[in-house]
Write a new protein. Structure first.
Length: 146
């Protein structure tokens, strides 16, 4: 169901992020451009992101295919705040790496908690038990600037 929703919404989000109205989303939504490792085709997908530790982080459902292009470090471009940035991205499935990043991400971008299957506690922070379960369903993509 979520993939059908994203298929419908993503074209609108792409247009919005490139428009003068980008401010509605661009604080924590970006376009991620990468090349398919087998097809050689260029892809652009909108993703929520979090900046921390000098890196940009985003998450993808493990059952989606796009993040698999980044299992090995790969060059990417990100469109953030109406500007392209070059970087190198790598997908990660290691829980010890993912848990603190997921915690920081959902504390910063709590609107994404339902998409990750994470409930927020009374203080608005992600619940630890939900975080532990969520990282089993997600892949972390980390981008370092070139």
């Amino acid at each position: 169901m979520a993939s059908k929703l994203y298929s419908f919404l993503n074209p609108f989000v792409k247009v919005l992020l490139r428009s003068p109205l980008h401010g509605l989303l661009s604080q924590n939504t970006m376009l991620l451009e990468f090349t398919g490792r087998k097809s050689g085709r260029k892809y652009v997908t909108p993703v929520s992101y979090y900046e921390g530790g000098g890196r940009v982080h985003c998450f993808a459902a493990r059952d989606s295919a796009w993040w698999r292009n980044l299992i090995e470090p790969a060059p990417v471009r990100t469109w953030r705040r109406r500007q392209w940035f070059q970087g190198t991205a790598r997908a990660e499935l290691e829980p010890s790496e993912m848990l603190p990043t997921m915690r920081a991400f959902l504390t910063t971008v709590p609107r994404d908690a339902p998409f990750a299957g994470v409930r927020l506690n009374a203080e608005g922070r992600p619940r630890e038990d939900d975080l532990v379960a969520a990282i089993q369903r997600l892949a972390l993509v980390t981008i370092e600037a070139d």
